[in-house]
Design a protein around this ligand. Structure first.
Ligand code: FDA
Length: 394
């Protein structure tokens, strides 16, 4: 039997970061993971360059940018370990980075640099990959963790097993089962930051657009995002769709403006004076991707030259572009979802320490908790901040 102060379940972003913090305090730590390699999601994140935080995050906008049963729960950890704090660690490790847009920070080089930084405190041991975790049980004031390699006894257990997204690289839902085993509530979970899929009928119309990306404003209820949308052979993807997927529910329609902030009817009317002889779809193709222009013109039941269209027709055409209503039938699911919405109910946890209020010594950090960020580095920041919070006390 191994005896340590802290056993951490999951060698992902949150677990590795918490391990480093516990080690700084002189705690004896072991990190267990069933995967052969630690931090696999970090490695594939941000197109291989890891969008490791977002510096547009503020105390004011955090409740909007992190979805949770209690939108204020994450504030404590996020404001005590901030994006600037993580950037300072990245700088200290000599990792070069750049800002893309909307505050998103990426490594200049490979995401593996972030994994190396997180693994540095564990270079003398403490990381145990390839271990199957069977059960976690209370023993006196501490815990026993039974695994494929034997039992670990520890005063504290930090559950950092992430969500259900991308089972192929290790996601398992174990953390939810551990929480429920201790009688803690877990909120409904569902795939988020995920492409949405269309019915056969809608796909038959949009399939020719597969591969085309346009800047669009996508709304579900009162929530809207203006970013690129990508047509796929299953439906829609791209940043605006991934973002709205966290808010969309089965049965809801999406409102899509395929030319946000533009006066398409006005632009066509102006073009009519100079180039009225060209076909309407070719005129629209000067403003939008060609295949999209063809589809919208055909859908509007219009044909002929631009000069043949009166202002009412141009306005009707533009209205279709600015107000496309589409009802996805589902999502691509956990196979491709970047994160899992829902998780261990925040009512069960102390926001300052991430410890279960009813089970002293048991902590939950990262994606396993019912805190889900927007696309753009928010989810890693939650992993660092919640890992830091538990790492100060466990
Ligand atoms: P994480 O999933 O990282 O780690 C959990 C660990 O627990 C894994 O190592 C897993 O093997 C282990 N585990 C699970 N079940 C186990 C079991 N039964 N036994 C033992 N071990 C077990 N976010 C962001 O902010 N910026 C970005 O650029 C991206 N990009 C991105 C791309 C892709 C393709 C995905 C899928 C996700 C992202 N994300 C992201 C989201 C981000 O990766 C995610 O929010 C964090 O990795 C969550 O960190 P955790 O440590 O909580 O879980």
């Amino acid at each position: 039997m191994i005896e340590v102060d802290v056993v951490i379940l999951g060698a992902g972003a949150a677990g590795l970061f918490a391990a480093g913090e516990c080690l700084l305090r002189g705690r004896r730590v072991v990190v267990l993971d069933h995967a052969a390699h630690p931090g696999e999601k970090i490695r594939i994140s941000g197109g291989g360059r890891c969008n490791f935080t977002n510096r547009a995050l503020t105390r004011q906008n955090a409740p909007e940018r992190f979805l949770s049963g209690n939108p204020r729960f994450a504030l404590s950890a996020l404001s005590r370990f901030t994006p600037a704090d993580f950037i300072a660690r990245v700088d200290r490790a000599g990792i070069a980075w750049h800002e893309k847009h909307l505050g998103q920070l990426f490594c200049d080089g490979k995401a593996g640099q972030i994994i190396d930084m997180l693994l540095a405190p564990l270079r003398d041991g403490g990381l145990e990959p390839g271990v199957t975790i069977d059960t976690v049980e209370r023993e006196g004031e501490g815990f026993l963790v039974h695994t494929s390699e034997g039992t670990v006894r520890a005063a504290s257990v930090i559950v950092a097993t992430g969500g259900k997204s991308i089972p192929k690289i290790g996601a398992s839902g174990l953390g939810y089962r551990i929480a429920e085993g201790f009688g803690l509530k877990v909120t409904e979970t569902r795939p988020a930051l995920v492409p949405l899929t269309f019915s056969e009928q809608d796909l038959a119309r949009t399939a020719p657009l597969s591969g085309i990306a346009v800047e669009a404003t996508v709304s579900a209820g009162r929530t809207r995002f203006t970013e690129p949308v990508l047509f796929t052979h299953r439906g829609l993807s791209g940043p605006a769709i991934l973002q709205i997927s966290s808010y969309w529910r089965e049965g809801d329609s999406l409102h899509v403006d395929l030319a946000p902030g533009r006066d398409i009817a006005g632009e066509l009317a102006k073009m009519r004076g100079e180039a009225g002889r060209i076909a309407l779809h070719n005129a629209l193709a000067r403003l939008l991707p060609e295949k999209l222009a063809q589809l919208v013109v055909a859908d509007a039941g219009l044909s002929g030259r631009l000069a043949d269209q009166n202002n009412d027709k141009l306005r009707a055409l533009a209205a279709r572009l600015h107000g496309w209503e589409i009802r996805p039938v589902g999502s691509e699911g956990y196979r491709t979802a970047e994160v899992t919405l829902g998780g261990v109910d925040t009512d069960e946890l102390d926001a300052r320490t991430m410890m279960a209020k009813r089970v002293p010594g048991l902590y939950f950090i990262g994606e396993v908790v019912d805190v889900t960020g927007w696309l753009g580095g928010y989810n890693f920041q939650w992993a660092w901040s919640s890992g830091w919070a538990a790492g100060q006390v466990a």
